[in-house]
Design a protein around this ligand. Structure first.
Ligand code: FES
Ligand code: FES
Length: 169
């Protein structure tokens, strides 16, 4: 009878299935439709490198790579990354070509409190990984980094570190 059949129906799925590769590892997740990528990375996957700053896509503290493109994870719905490859700051160490970039941030003092640093590194890493960095002028580098704000004003060291990575080729 219909009422009895209704009692035996499976409950509705409480979320969207998402298959995503994060830092090289395949992940299968069930996410709320309103969940943002930043929250899923931090709260469900324990990847706390990306930071919540403005939460409205302005500061760049939450930047991760989605299919190689720097992306504000605070604005990105987790369901949007189904089938994508996501790289967070924790995943940069797996790329040998990015070690020098991170060392240059240390050597040049490209940070003070460090809150913006993961986002700065991820955006800079996208320039290295795409090969774009090696054709950029100093002014181009500053322009590409405009989406990453630093409240401590460590911009000189940040830009100098990226220039060093470019010079190292
Ligand atoms: S926290 Fe995402 S851009 Fe500021
Ligand atoms: S180092 Fe503090 S916000 Fe950039």
């Amino acid at each position: 009878m219909p009422e009895e059949a209704a009692l035996h129906q499976e409950p509705p799925v409480a979320g969207y299935p998402v298959s995503v590769t994060v830092n090289g590892k395949p992940r299968s997740l069930l996410v709320d439709g309103a969940a943002r990528l930043l929250g899923v990375l931090r709260d469900e996957l324990g990847l706390t490198g990306a930071k919540a700053g403005c939460a409205v896509g302005v500061c760049g503290a939450c930047t991760v790579l989605v299919d190689g493109a720097p992306t504000s994870s605070c604005l990105t719905f987790a369901a949007q990354v189904d089938g994508a490859e996501v790289v967070t700051v924790e995943g940069l160490a797996a790329h040998p070509g990015l070690r020098a970039l991170q060392e240059d941030f240390l050597a040049e003092g490209g940070f003070q409190c460090g809150y913006c640093t993961s986002g700065q590194l991820v955006t800079a890493a996208s320039l290295v990984l795409s090969g774009e960095l090696f054709g950029l002028s100093d002014a181009d580098i500053r322009e590409r980094m405009l989406g990453n704000l630093c409240r401590c004003g460590a911009y000189y060291g940040i830009v100098r570190a990226i220039e060093k990575a470019r010079e190292a080729g």
